[in-house]
Design a protein around this ligand. Structure first.
Ligand SMILES: [Zn+2]
Ligand SMILES: [Zn+2]
Length: 64
């Protein structure tokens, strides 16, 4: 599986952190696997823990 096909989130649930960041988002509201440098939450160099993740194939989309 390709990292680009993964969606990640920094919260245990929900997408609050992702809602407020500049990264490209998947339909589910998480960021896509290509992590963005310059984002305080998702910059790969920040080495933050990603607490949610799923593959694009398993993406539930946004059901709100
Ligand atoms: Zn971000
Ligand atoms: Zn998704």
């Amino acid at each position: 599986m390709n990292i680009e096909d993964m969606h990640f989130g920094r919260s245990w649930e929900g997408t609050r952190l992702e809602d407020e960041c500049p990264c490209p988002k998947a339909p589910c509201g998480l960021v896509t696997g290509v992590l963005q440098s310059g984002c305080p939450e998702h910059d790969p160099m920040a080495a933050k823990t990603m607490r949610q993740g799923h593959s694009a194939a398993d993406c539930p989309g946004r059901d709100e």
